[in-house]
Design a protein around this ligand. Structure first.
Ligand code: NAD
Length: 308
């Protein structure tokens, strides 16, 4: 059945769809019956020309889709003007069902050498851009009681990566943003998930050797996204990795921790003496919300003084 997943009558917006992963998403959804907005400003991988990209890449993908019998329209706006991208979907297809926030750039530099511009452009494209498209699509999702969002993170955001503190900050921001949208969208049947992909593209061509680029085809990431945004999928607020045929779900883990009576007897020394307990994962859980402080408070109040 999964081989036959279809998206007939679905309007799918893919940002940064002129190259790499976005291009493969756009072609996939169009080949399965969706009407696709192919957004791309045609910029360089490092965003040096964010304001003067050219439309050729988006046009080329639209041409390819149409030649294969699919339906697509190009949009050339930067994701920072996300409302214009969604407007293209509305103007041409009347609504939007699926939003894939994929556009991205890199500006790798160690913190010591990072300029404000290096940080700001990365936050602008990845965080601001993701918010702008999602916010513009939201009223349509809400009204039709249906919407799917995939926001794109990165292993660099989840785990950190040398020389990418700007990119890592932005990509982790995308996680918190998406987890929140999933909560806000739950009662409207709006499902939002995060993807940390790995794929051969302009962004990775200087990082991986040629044989690895071959295995890391963007095509191998596409099927997971296809499942997540299919109408049959109820997954929301989750984080997935996909690369080279490997797919996995990532979650938070909270140690059982240490419970101390919250009074003047609670000192750094007590924390230090119990460090193993705080960091012990043997009775861990996998939270989707903050620790229940009021429950802890009741239990802790019943404890005798920490110094006793
Ligand atoms: P890519 O460079 O091949 O494609 C990104 C596209 O986004 C480009 O066509 C570019 O013109 C477009 N773009 C850039 N800024 C834009 C803007 N402001 N508005 C509209 N379009 C814009 O890169 P890719 O590897 O396919 O990356 C896609 C996404 O996946 C990015 O968000 C990236 O950070 C993320 N990602 C990729 C990898 C990987 O291994 N390739 C790993 C982790 C995360």
């Amino acid at each position: 059945m999964a081989n036959n997943l279809r998206y007939d009558n679905q309007v799918v917006v893919v940002t940064g769809a002129g190259n790499g992963l976005g291009k493969q998403y756009a072609k996939f959804f169009a080949s399965r019956g969706a009407k696709v907005v192919v957004n791309d400003l045609g910029g360089t991988f490092n965003g040096k020309d964010q304001n003067k990209g050219e439309s050729r890449v988006a046009d080329a993908v639209v041409k390819e889709i149409k030649e294969a019998g699919g339906i697509a329209v190009a949009n050339y706006d930067p994701v920072q003007n996300g409302e214009k991208i969604i407007k293209t979907a509305i103007d041409h297809f009347g609504t939007v069902h699926v939003l894939i926030n994929n556009a991205g750039i890199l500006r790798d530099v160690t913190l010591r050498n990072m300029t404000d511009a290096d940080f700001d452009i990365i936050m602008d494209v990845h965080v601001h851009g993701t918010m702008k498209t999602a916010r513009a699509a939201w009223p349509f999702f809400k009204k039709q009681r249906y919407g799917k969002i995939i926001n794109t993170s990165s292993s660099s955001g989840l785990f950190g990566n040398f020389g990418q503190s700007n990119y890592a900050a932005a990509k982790m921001a995308v996680v918190g943003f998406t987890e929140t949208l999933a909560k806000e969208g739950a009662k409207y049947n709006i499902h939002c998930n995060v993807l940390a992909p790995g794929a051969a593209s302009r962004l990775t061509q200087t990082v991986w050797p040629p044989e690895m680029m071959e295995v890391m085809k963007p095509d191998f990431v596409v099927p997971l996204v296809g499942v997540l945004v299919h109408e049959s999928c109820k997954e929301s607020g989750s984080l997935f990795e996909a690369a080279a045929g490997h797919y996995s779900k990532i979650r938070w883990e909270r140690s059982e921790g240490l419970l101390l009576r919250p009074d003047e007897s609670l000192t750094a020394g007590t924390i230090l003496n119990n460090w193993n307990k705080i960091t012990d994962y043997s009775n861990a859980d996998h939270p989707t919300r903050p620790a229940n402080i009021s429950e802890f408070f009741e239990k802790a109040s019943a404890l005798s003084s920490n110094t006793a």
